[in-house]
Write a protein that binds this ligand. Structure first.
Ligand code: FE2
Ligand code: FE2
Length: 353
């Protein structure tokens, strides 16, 4: 992905460090100062979920483990100072999520796990962006929606794939069955990320991974960072499974609304992405809830509580992101962050005043 603009002191220090060659002696390395900068950013933040400097910095650190960042040496991926920095930020994210979410009692059979997860999804009363898109959103808001979603959707499937080597038996088989569809059954053009990219091109948007990141607020990056954090830690394998289960269980019905909205606005490729998910995810949610999540709770009881934690995170972070966009749209504003050029113009106007 292209290098985004930093959103505060930590992001500035991180991007400056990443532009250098890794492996310099500590005394000369900017990276050596990053763990302290991360601690300072976390203590400055009023909660990390909506903090732009923390979320963008964590998003960049995660990007090193996916497709990398333009102009950044791939060896930074395993640099000890960067791993320590990532740990400080993701610990703060996990701590806040655990503090904000209730702990669930864990049932004992795959069917009772599935029932409990379906009940959790049914009880959810978070705001619905899909309903807004279906009936009310205009073309400008629909394009903004695609940009907001793109930070995840253009790498759809990837964070959960980290879970595969960490699972065994029925849970592993269930995860693989779902992921095969996410990756288009081996057909590059049918990969869900590729279908989403086609929707972006149709709307006149750049479909390169990360091209919209400068416009995506912290509340949306927090959702992507959370699933990347789950995927990158074997300790959190229960959470990655619970996350995918709830993601699939809350996809089919909203996808129907989203497809309707994009058809209404004359964007058939974006509609096709959501049409694909209406049927696919109606099947995936069954495999995800019973085989994958239910299987894991029985086979690996030590991580059972985290299955429910991961599931709750989906609902919590979806609601956070939906509230951000709906509040801005209801105020007649854009849900996106200002483009970097617009930002420097308005910052300059502010200074002149
Ligand atoms: Fe998908
Ligand atoms: Fe799916």
């Amino acid at each position: 992905m292209r290098q985004p603009q930093p959103r505060g002191p930590l992001g500035e220090d991180l991007l400056a460090a990443l532009r250098e060659a890794p492996g310099a002696p500590a005394a000369e390395s900017r990276a050596a100062a990053l763990p302290d900068a991360a601690r300072a950013a976390v203590s400055r933040a009023d909660g990390v979920l909506a903090d732009d400097d923390v979320q963008l910095s964590l998003f960049l650190l995660h990007a090193l483990h996916y497709q990398g960042i333009d102009g950044v040496d791939d060896r930074w991926e395993s640099d000890p100072e960067l791993l320590r920095t990532r740990g400080i930020l993701s610990d703060a994210l996990e701590t806040q999520l655990r503090a904000e979410l209730p702990a669930d009692t864990v049932p004992g059979t795959p069917q009772s796990v599935a029932d409990a997860l379906f009940a959790m999804a049914a009880d959810d009363d978070g705001p619905s962006l899909a309903r807004h898109l279906s009936g009310r959103a205009d073309a400008v808001q629909a394009r903004e929606f695609l940009q907001l979603k793109s930070a995840y959707q253009l790498m759809e499937g990837d964070p959960h794939t980290w879970g595969i080597p960490r699972l065994a038996g029925r849970a592993k088989a269930g995860l693989i069955e779902i992921q095969i569809d996410e990756y288009g059954g081996g057909n590059a053009a049918r990969m869900h990320a590729a279908l989403f990219a086609a929707g972006m091109r149709e709307a006149g948007l750049d479909d390169a991974y990360g091209s919209a990141v400068d416009r995506v607020p912290a509340e949306w990056l927090a959702g992507v960072n959370t699933v990347s954090m789950f995927g990158l830690h074997r300790r959190l394998r229960g959470a990655v499974v619970g996350h995918l289960a709830m993601y699939e269980m809350t996809s089919s019905v909203p996808s129907k609304f989203l497809a309707r909205g994009f058809h209404r606005l004359g964007l058939p490729a974006a509609a096709a992405f959501y049409d694909e998910h209406v049927e696919a995810d109606a099947a995936h949610e069954q495999i995800a809830a019973r085989d994958m999540a239910g299987g894991l709770v029985v086979e690996d009881p030590a991580v059972a509580a985290d299955v429910f934690f991961g599931a709750r995170c989906v609902l919590h972070l979806d609601a956070l992101a939906a509230r951000q966009a709906l509040a801005r749209w209801e105020a007649g504003e854009s849900a996106l962050r200002p483009a970097p050029a617009e930002f420097s113009r308005s910052a300059a106007a502010e200074l002149v005043r």
